[in-house]
Design a protein around this ligand. Structure first.
Ligand SMILES: Nc1ncnc2c1ncn2[C@@H]1O[C@H](COP(=O)(O)OP(=O)(O)OP(=O)(O)O)[C@@H](O)[C@H]1O
Ligand SMILES: [Mg+2]
Length: 466
């Protein structure tokens, strides 16, 4: 069932319930008012007769005179339809206002009993002629302690029943018609209100077929739909960016793997062309192994990064002494720098404790040093230093290498990004993205300052452990 049909149904049910409740309240109110008006007239008639009939055993004429006087003296009283009957104390009827026997007022034993207890009774009883019921007021008149006579004033409930029946009929017609009209109107309005959703549905269909460029025009005036459209467009933008990223990523990854693979293939094909000496085979295998190691490194790094993206890498956080970490790396790296006649200096300053994963922090420094070594020409200088600034430990790797152009700096931490492919033929552009992940997973940050031709300085800020 569509939202709009559901809304229309709920709307109709609500309207029907509210209208029925209102009609019920109005019906009960009318009934109450009409009945009180009737009771009031009956009471006034009985009171007037009570004061006009002499308080002695009455005669028909006395009552007749009293009634005529009442008609004359109180022209405002609505006497039409009011029947009057008077009984004497021996329960014999002495006056009947109606000429028709069928229009007699019923009197019950209970009324008599109440009367004897000096109580006025007001009851609704079925009329003797079997038509509508009668509202009857019975008033006893006492002279000292003796019941002298009993006045009955009654009126048919026919008029009230009629009015109430008409009201009921009107409601029976009005409630369903109004419900249908309002339900239909609601359906139409919700259809109009929800029309912009069609645009969102159509756009999402287009997107599912791979077209991420599509955006929905934000022209809607109602704020909910505007917000939905905006959120949808933003989601599509993010999807487009991630889709693009995945596409670039797989393109780059296959590209990086293609180079060692084609070298492997070329060398293997060449070695198979003719018979070679053991020495030659050894050389070829050694060179192949190098390519295989390169590929292994790429695949390992990619696996690490994708695990990191999924949050599957758990840090083995321990207390790491920054000074010994740096001197360890320094010792390990010195052989490589010496090979290239590069001067490596270690500069540490005071105790520095870090809470982190030692293996990953070592990997971070080795990557930065490897870059410094790769991008610094012979006889250059690399300085590995550590210092403390308030709550932070600063580790920096500075070199006197080729530097990075300013406009390239924002991209060097992106996966597979290389400033100039020719100057790092051995690299894959993954080292710095790995460094960035390691630093950030330690709640730190990494910055770079660089001047082309002069050198670069990578600084890692890590929270200090006190
Ligand atoms: N110290 C540096 N001096 C000059 N350029 C640098 C330095 N460090 C990084 N770069 C530039 O940033 C790019 C990205 O570095 P990154 O370490 O991510 O990749 P890579 O060194 O090319 O390859 P990989 O580290 O995956 O073997 C490098 O290609 C290089 O151009
Ligand atoms: Mg590198």
């Amino acid at each position: 069932m569509t939202i709009r049909t559901k809304l229309a149904i709920w709307f109709s049910i609500l309207v029907a319930v509210v209208l029925t409740l209102l009609a019920g309240i109005r019906y009960a109110g009318y009934k109450q008012v009409l009945q009180s008006q009737k009771d009031y007239s009956l009471k006034v008639v009985a009171d007037i007769l009570d004061t006009s009939i002499p308080r002695k055993p009455p005669k028909k004429d006395d009552v007749q005179i009293a009634v005529s006087r009442m008609v004359r003296d109180y022209p405002d009283i609505e006497l039409k339809g009011i029947l009057i009957e008077v009984y004497d104390s021996s329960r014999s009827i002495i006056f009947i206002s109606s000429l028709s026997e069928a229009e007699r007022l019923p009197i019950t034993e209970e009324m008599w009993n109440k009367a004897l207890r000096r109580k006025i009774s007001l009851t609704t009883l079925p009329a003797l002629d079997g038509d509508a019921s009668m509202r009857i007021l019975t008033k006893p008149v006492f002279n000292r302690n003796n019941l002298v006579y009993l006045i009955q004033a009654g009126s048919s409930m026919h008029d009230i029943d009629n009015t109430l029946e008409n009201l009921l009929l009107v409601n029976l017609f009005l409630i369903p018609t109004t419900t249908i009209l309002i339900g239909g109107g609601g359906w139409f309005l919700t259809r109009r209100a929800l029309r912009p959703l069609d645009a969102v549905i159509k756009a999402s269909h287009r997107i599912s077929s791979g077209n991420f460029q599509h955006r929905i025009e934000i022209s809607e005036t109602s704020s909910e739909i505007r917000d939905l459209t905006r959120a949808f467009n933003q989601m599509t933008e993010r999807l487009e960016a991630s889709f693009q990223q995945i596409q670039n990523f797989s393109e780059n990854a296959s590209h990086e793997l293609r180079i060692p693979l084609s070298i492997l293939r070329g060398q293997t094909e060449l070695s198979l062309k003719k018979f070679r000496s053991e020495e030659e085979y050894r050389k070829i295998l050694e060179s192949n192994l190098e390519e295989i190691l390169r590929m292994e490194k790429i695949v390992e790094r990619l696996l690490f990064l994708s695990k990191a993206d999924r949050g599957e890498i758990e840090l083995n956080r321990v207390e790491v002494d920054g000074n010994s970490l740096l001197s360890g790396v320094y010792e390990q790296f010195q052989i490589h720098t010496q090979e290239k006649n590069i001067h490596l200096t270690l500069d540490t300053d005071g105790p520095a404790l870090i809470k982190g994963d030692e293996i990953l922090l070592r990997e971070l420094l080795l990557n930065l040093l490897q870059n410094a070594l790769t991008y610094t020409p012979k006889f250059g200088e690399i300085i590995l230093s550590l210092s403390r600034e308030e709550e932070q430990i600063l580790i920096s790797v500075a070199d006197t290498g080729c530097g990075i152009p300013e406009d390239e700096i924002p991209y060097i931490f992106d996966r597979f990004y290389q400033v100039d492919k020719s100057r790092s033929s051995q690299g894959h552009g993954l080292g710095l993205s790995l460094c960035k992940w390691i630093v950030e997973s330690h709640q730190g940050r990494i910055t770079v300052e660089s001047t082309v031709g002069k050198g670069s300085r990578f600084t890692v800020y890590l929270p200090a452990k006190d």
